[in-house]
Design a protein around this ligand. Structure first.
Ligand SMILES: C[S@@+](CC[C@H](N)C(=O)[O-])C[C@H]1O[C@@H](n2cnc3c(N)ncnc32)[C@H](O)[C@@H]1O
Length: 327
């Protein structure tokens, strides 16, 4: 059964893979039905449109839910027709399709599911979660994959047994959480010893001197419904300026950084409208998150040492550190 079949209107079937879940409060097993109920502490967890929810509907990631439901398709490879997400995942992680097939993968903070799609296509059993209502966008796009298990949950209260996954992927997430070190160390608990991970994080040195830092103290307090139309109006004005500056020989990329607009010109997106959509999405993604906490290489190295992670590589790519290794 696919997620798409497991929605209201179809017979109430509960969650076919509920035995893979456990109560985030006490670790007890969960009884299945209209809702999930802990056999130990009797906590109850609703099933919203076929997706178990382990967090309150309102949480600090409301802006993410808003953006990913507005831009459900924008960054999906199957929508752009370009392997942008696949390349980022495969190059960043150095995992191969053959290694992933038939293995269990935990994807943390899956957003609209651009990487969920790539992971599901490998034939891995993919467990993806996000704290926000983005999970519903993900289900609408990727619910067709029978190998996808999707839940709405927070990194800090996960409904999975520890040390139960072969691979762990977390892209674009940890800098947007209240305590980045705690986030990194918490997700690693769910990887089995010998399992492989790939996590990225904004690099402090690149991200801090950016003009969005001047705007964020105001924009991060705005409701998504108020901020989004402002971004939609600003992008068609700022993006051409950013494109023109970025074409300047040698100094172009540095000049373009002075304009607070996400410019994805380097991706070779096919038409102006697609480029504008990515720009609206990512400019909103810069301005709206409650938390944005870039990290230094030294901090990241310390976390990996604290956890005695092995074969660690920390690579800088386009303003991010990509951290991979073995537990
Ligand atoms: C920038 S988006 C990245 C989404 C996706 N990984 C991608 O790269 O397209 C960050 C995501 O992290 C999620 N997130 C933030 N804090 C979280 C938490 N504590 N637990 C789970 N997800 C969280 C947000 O809801 C959001 O969807």
């Amino acid at each position: 059964m696919t997620l798409a079949e497991n929605v209201p209107g179809s017979a109430r079937v509960g969650i076919p893979w509920h035995s893979a879940l456990c109560c985030p409060r006490c670790g007890g097993s969960l009884g299945n039905g209209d809702e999930l109920r802990c056999d130990g502490c009797e906590a109850r967890y609703p099933i919203d449109n076929g997706i178990p929810r382990f967090v309150p509907r309102d949480n600090y990631a409301e802006g993410f839910g808003f953006q990913w439901n507005r831009h459900r398709l924008t960054q999906l490879d199957s929508y752009t027709g370009m392997p942008i997400s696949r390349d980022r995942l495969m190059t960043g992680s150095r995992w191969s399709v053959d290694e992933l097939r038939g293995r269990s993968v935990l994807e943390c903070g899956s957003g609209a599911g651009r990487f969920t799609e790539v992971l599901c296509e490998t034939g891995a059993t993919v467990t993806s979660f996000d704290i926000s209502s983005a999970v519903h966008a993900n289900a609408a796009s990727n619910g067709r994959f029978p190998n996808l298990r999707l839940v709405q949950a927070s990194i800090y209260d996960l409904p999975f047994p520890e040390e139960s996954f072969d691979f762990l992927l977390c892209f674009g997430v940890i800098q947007h959480t209240p305590d980045v070190e705690r986030t990194f160390k918490t997700i690693m608990r769910y990887l089995r010893p010998g399992g492989r991970f790939c996590v990225d994080v904004y690099a402090a040195i690149v991200a801090y001197p950016h003009p969005r830092q001047l705007l964020r103290p105001f924009t991060r307090r705005m409701s998504p419904a108020k901020l989004y139309p402002l971004v939609e109006r600003a992008v068609p004005r700022l993006l051409p300026l950013s494109m023109a500056l970025s074409a300047a020989p040698g100094v172009g990329p540095y000049l373009a950084r002075l304009v607070p607009v996400a410019n994805h010109g380097h991706l070779g997106l096919r038409n102006g409208e697609t480029l504008r959509n990515w720009s609206v999405l990512d400019t909103f993604d810069w301005l709206s998150p409650r938390y944005e906490k870039p990290q230094s290489r030294r901090s990241v190295e310390r976390w990996t040492r604290d956890l005695a992670l092995r074969e660690v590589s920390i690579e800088r790519r386009r303003g991010m550190y990509v951290i991979r290794g073995v537990k």
